[in-house]
Ligand binder design. Structure first.
Ligand code: SAH
Ligand code: SF4
Length: 380
């Protein structure tokens, strides 16, 4: 709920008008600062009101179907939400990536995806439905609960978490789904995440990644104001049409024009361009040069993502040397271009590997997944 909706709910639960602001602030604090998941924990709220709210509303988060922890400390949760119009309960994945000094939560926006990027596992799962704002915020609350990232909570023994600062310090809308095809819910959830009296994540630590839904980029800038990432992956329309089919609707020239117009860009606030390294497909030095030319004038950083394989995926990851040479060209042109160390590949939590398919033979898939991984993880 937005603050306004919460006020409305309190009015309906019988709270007198003059108390609404105060009560809404109390609830907000319990939910987002203290991490309460039961009205009965709210000790400064009267018993009557707690009961009245408990009879009307539910604070339950998603059901945790599984939690996997990678050798590198990355955690992946398979989460189940009620049907919500999909006819049956739905499942999505959320990933936590601990690093030195920060902890990034990769959040899903849809169950499946309408788009069919050829290198992405999620793209092979048809869209089941959008996630609600509550289900998006619920992923953040759940991660913080499981990590013991609320006052009076304990971090699980042996968990790898950042040595300093908050355990969930950054949010990336880079899980399952295309966030700009679920704009209203994503917007509401991110504004709640950024609320200074609640979860209080700085908008500079919230990044929304899009495959290039050009018509919504300006609204994301104006109405959410978070950082932007673009899944670029190709520097020519013919190739990008194939890799990221949404390019047929909004080609590169339009996409880059929308990026140039994104509000608040500066050297300190850059757009991230994601570029997956596909062997023999998009990894030539000529393409590195073209990338630099295309991004001219846009405050940008370029994330080179080694391709992460999944069962049946039609590509291979570029050789490490090729990736380094590609990165050199980009670096020499003055762009930071970190090569993303794949995180959580052993539990299928890396970029582009997320998918849920309750109806499938999970065990067979897992076995095949294991075979693919042991074949291709190689030197990195
Ligand atoms: N749908 C949005 C958000 C997902 S972000 C988008 O496409 O931007 C996930 C990132 O991982 C995207 O940049 C996506 O293109 C990239 N990706 C997808 N499959 C991948 C794979 N197999 N290996 C590496 N990166 C992949
Ligand atoms: Fe959807 Fe993004 Fe995967 Fe493309 S890369 S299929 S837009 S989740």
């Amino acid at each position: 709920m937005t603050r306004g909706e919460l006020g409305q709910a309190l009015a309906e639960a019988g709270v007198p008008a003059r108390q609404i602001r105060m009560r809404a602030a109390q609830l907000w604090h319990w939910l987002y600062v203290r991490g309460a998941d039961d009205f009965d924990q709210m000790s400064n709220v009267s018993k009557d009101l707690r009961q009245s709210l408990g009879a009307r509303y539910c604070l339950a988060g998603p059901e945790v179907v599984s939690e996997q922890v990678s050798a590198d400390g990355t955690r992946k949760w398979l989460l189940r939400f009620p049907a919500g119009g999909a006819g049956r309960p739905v499942e999505i994945e959320t990933v936590y990536i601990p690093e030195d000094g920060r902890g990034t939560l990769c959040v899903s926006s849809q169950v499946g995806c309408t788009l069919t990027c050829t290198f992405c596992h999620t793209g092979t799962q048809m869209l089941v439905r959008n996630l609600s704002a509550a289900e998006i915020v619920g992923q953040i609350l759940l991660a913080r609960q499981r990590l013991g990232d609320f006052p009076d909570a304990d971090t699980p023994a042996g968990a790898i978490v950042p040595g300093t600062g908050r355990l969930v310090s950054n949010i990336v809308m880079m899980g399952m789904g295309e966030p700009l095809f679920n704009f209203d819910n994503v917007k509401q959830a991110l504004l709640i995440a950024a609320d200074g009296e609640g979860l209080s994540l700085s908008k500079r630590r919230i990044t929304l990644s899009t495959s290039g839904v050009v018509t919504m980029i300006a609204r994301a800038g104006a109405e959410i104001g978070c950082m932007l990432a673009i899944s670029l992956h190709g520097v020519r329309d013919d190739l990008r049409n194939e890799l990221v089919p949404v390019n047929k609707k909004w080609p590169l020239a339009e996409l880059l024009a929308a990026c140039r117009a994104y509000p608040g860009l500066s050297n300190a606030r850059r757009i991230t361009f994601e570029y997956v390294m596909l062997k023999g497909i998009n990894d030539s030095l000529a393409e590195a040069k073209e990338l630099v030319r295309l991004l001219k004038g846009i405050p940008a950083k370029i994330n080179l993502i080694p391709f992460n394989p999944w069962p049946g995926s039609p590509y291979e990851c570029s050789d490490w040397q090729t990736i380094e040479r590609f990165a050199d060209v980009v670096n020499r042109a003055g762009y930071a271009s970190p090569i993303r160390t794949p995180r959580g590949r052993d539990i299928f939590a890396a970029c582009g590997q997320l998918k849920s398919a309750s109806e499938r033979l999970r065990k067979t898939e897992r076995m095949r997944a294991h075979a693919v991984l042991t074949e291709t993880t190689g030197p990195h």
